[in-house]
Design a protein around this ligand. Structure first.
Ligand SMILES: Cc1ncc(COP(=O)(O)O)c(C=O)c1O
Length: 244
């Protein structure tokens, strides 16, 4: 939304469905002749939820005839079988779909700021002519990204550790009586009873960095995965701060 605003555009938000997946029919209906881009994040941030791949594919095929569809797959690599969930094949079929990937998530390279998009040659050309500056990527980022892509065993370990930690936090938080949204990403979000800002401040004071959100008239805590020990510390601190 902030990027659209910064470019002088307006934004039509389409609320998620009850299971926190994208309302694809609603999004399709919201496209009109003024629509220049449709943004879909799957799995989604900040909810961590997923939209069914077959439904999303159908949506992309239909809607991309009306406007380019940007599919942000930042968290895709955390899925069990990412190759069955990606929209990248639609680009090969010539659909006006822009698939974005980042090295900031499973590759753990957020500080090196590198990612890529897959789109049709025409779409790459049109994006490049509008937003590409003369500043290139640094060699450290490029070499790091290439090396990381080859580290399939390590990436597999990262995924397994993420799943183990996510299961652990999900079960601890559920046992405390909270209702987290089932997560397909490297974070977990759940509504809390405390006011978000003071909750976040108290957590930070104990050395735990989390994000607080205001959504659906409630405060939410979003915690990112780390090592198991870090998440144990998160759970202990959460109990202390919320006096559970
Ligand atoms: C959905 C989503 N897309 C993209 C990014 C950022 O990617 P990058 O660090 O490559 O800008 C994030 C990071 O928070 C994200 O959550």
């Amino acid at each position: 939304m902030s990027t659209a605003q910064a470019m002088g555009g307006t934004w039509k938000p389409v609320p998620l469905t009850v299971d926190y997946s994208h309302d694809l029919d609603g999004m399709n209906a919201a496209i009109d002749s003024a629509t220049r881009l449709v943004y879909v994040c799957n799995p989604n941030n900040p909810t961590g939820s997923i939209t069914n791949a077959e439904s999303l594919k159908k949506f992309c095929i239909e809607a991309s005839a009306k406007a380019p569809i940007f599919v942000d797959e930042a968290y895709l690599e955390f899925l069990e079988k990412p190759e069955t969930q990606t929209m990248v094949g639609l680009v090969a079929e010539g659909k006006d779909v822009i698939v974005a990937r980042t090295f900031s998530k499973i590759h753990g390279m957020a500080g090196l700021r590198i990612g890529y998009i897959v789109a049709t040659p025409e779409r790459i050309e049109s994006i490049t002519s509008k937003v590409r500056s003369t500043m290139g990527l640094c060699v450290t980022s490029l070499k790091g990204a290439i090396a990381s892509m080859k580290e399939t065993e390590f990436l597999g370990q990262c995924k397994a550790q993420n799943t183990e930690c996510r299961d652990y936090v999900t079960s601890e938080i559920t046992n405390l009586g909270y209702n987290p949204i089932p997560s397909y990403t490297s974070f977990l979000i759940f509504p809390i009873a405390m006011e978000g800002k003071s909750f976040m401040k108290s957590m930070y004071e104990e050395g735990v960095g989390i994000r607080a959100y205001e959504m659906y008239g409630k405060s939410w805590c979003r915690v990112s995965m780390g090592t198991h020990e870090e998440l144990e510390y998160f759970v202990e601190t959460f109990k202390k701060v919320t006096k559970a």
